[in-house]
Design a protein around this ligand. Sequence first.
Ligand code: NAD
Length: 257
Amino acid sequence: MRLQNKVALITGGSSGIGRETALLFAQEGAKVVVTDINDTEGEATVKMIKEAGNDAAYFHADVAKATDCEAMVAFAEKTYGALHILFNNAGIMHNDDGDSVSTEESVFDLTMNINVKGVFFGCKYGIPALRRAGGGSIINTASFVAHLGAATPQLAYTASKGAVLSMTRELAVIHARENIRVNALCPGPLRTELLMKFLNTEEKKQRRLVHIPMGRFGEAKEMAKATLFLASDESSYTTGTEFLVDGGITAAYVTPE
Ligand code: NAD
């Protein structure tokens, strides 16, 4: 097992990438703290893990709140004795996110508070715990949109993921000699609730699919496998990377017919 004796905390563990990663980490031997604001689905993730014979606990935490983030890390250490893996994954893509003219300030602020400040708070309280454990791995979920601009605008979201990516690089450099690795996962367009709610017509979906060489949306399970690599010791010399798992979208100039 690739995460034997490790304790992992996952934000946004009630759905999509977070849920699939929680299931996979637990299967690989980790004790998993699932956190989210959706308590019903978060408890459901834990139930799935326990039904598979593995160990997990749920903790309610809004990543935009410092006190919640401090408490979730304390919960992990109290429940399982340490923290080795921190997956700062929670994020939103607001339906009213548009271009600079149409996007309300409140939508921009909300997106930044969850997507960017959430990662900052995770690290602010998580890094001291990783130090106490003798080191560990942090994975921050950015996005392919940190690399490419789109004519279908989601300006606040794109700006937030650019911030996650640059924050990840600097965190990696700062903590490299403390045995703490920090990497960004940059998923391509996925068939999860977050994107399917945004691309809510067949026409919008097709408009996006045209740009993906593989011609399909990615699956949350495929992100979980990439995250497992970054979380485990198999990636022991990998830090500060932008791990693109995107069906080739960022490599494409023209896609196959
Ligand atoms: P999802 O909507 O299925 O899951 C996101 C989870 O985050 C939900 O359980 C939600 O309740 C939780 N969440 C929202 N606000 C929160 C808050 N304030 N505090 C704690 N939890 C909160 O989406 P997903 O596709 O699994 O997204 C996970 C991450 O992947 C996000 O950061 C997203 O931006 C990123 N991402 C997604 C795609 C995609 O196409 N779906 C592509 C690139 C990056």
